[in-house]
Write a protein that binds this ligand. Structure first.
Ligand SMILES: [Zn+2]
Length: 238
């Protein structure tokens, strides 16, 4: 049987097309992905190019270099965690596009940050509906656990407003760690709504199954024991 990829299309595997002689492990892995945009790259292929071309030493830390390509360089590299049809230890770079990365971000200057904390009363300013988070610096977060540490967040993402002003208190808000993560990962800054799709993407297999069953039920489908899915006709509904 053919292995299925995105939207049921054939899953295409990438190739190690040439000798990668970049000086760093990260550089060689990056080159491999850029040579294989939209194709599946396996753990073996990554290790092959990560291996030092001169000393033939096989690196143990290629996982970390892969993670740096995501976080520091800003590439999107999908794995089985993001796409159900990718197997464990299979990866895919959908495009060569890089997100603006954390390293390039500016911060409010000290004076402005103090003014923000003053305005916030040393509490998290995250607002959802009419509710403000309000967790205070140093107290224990009852949901996330751990001590609250407030850090500055630029209200508009840099992709929308690249000229952020480090002295304008109105452009910034104080956020607790949990809400920093929530905003970064799950908040769609264009629509001002939760990015439900991203939440489901990052959830566990079990949570995905629960969501899947909920959606089947919601849209009037049933799944039999063999996994086949049927649309319920009106007659079938009891
Ligand atoms: Zn908060």
């Amino acid at each position: 049987m053919m292995d299925k990829g995105e939207q049921g299309q054939e899953k295409i595997y990438g190739k190690v097309k040439r000798k990668y002689v970049q000086k760093t492990i990260k550089g060689r892995i990056e080159a491999l992905f850029l040579d294989n945009i939209g194709k599946v790259i396996t753990r073996e292929q990554i290790i092959e190019v990560a291996t030092d071309p001169k000393t033939h030493k096989q690196p143990e830390n290629w996982h970390q270099r892969l993670s740096e390509l995501r976080t520091d360089s800003g590439y999107t590299i999908l794995s089985w965690r993001n796409r159900g049809w990718l197997r464990v230890e299979e990866y895919l770079m959908p495009s060569a596009e890089k997100r603006l990365t954390a390293g390039k971000r500016v911060r409010p200057d000290n004076e402005t940050w103090n003014a923000i904390l003053n305005r916030a009363g040393n509490t998290c300013e995250w607002t959802e509906g009419n509710e403000i988070c309000g967790l205070k610096e140093g107290e224990i977060d009852p949901i996330g656990g751990g001590k609250v540490k407030l850090t500055p967040d630029h209200k508009n993402p840099h992709s929308i407003n690249p000229d952020s002003d480090p002295t304008d208190t109105n452009q910034w808000q104080a956020l607790c760690g949990r809400h920093q993560i929530m905003k970064k990962n799950y908040w769609d800054t264009n629509t001002g709504k939760m990015n439900v799709y991203a939440i489901i993407q990052s959830s566990t297999q079990t949570e995905k199954e629960i969501t899947f069953k909920f959606l089947l039920d919601y849209f009037g489908y049933v799944q039999d024991d063999s996994g086949k899915i049927f649309k319920l006709e009106n007659d079938d509904k009891r």
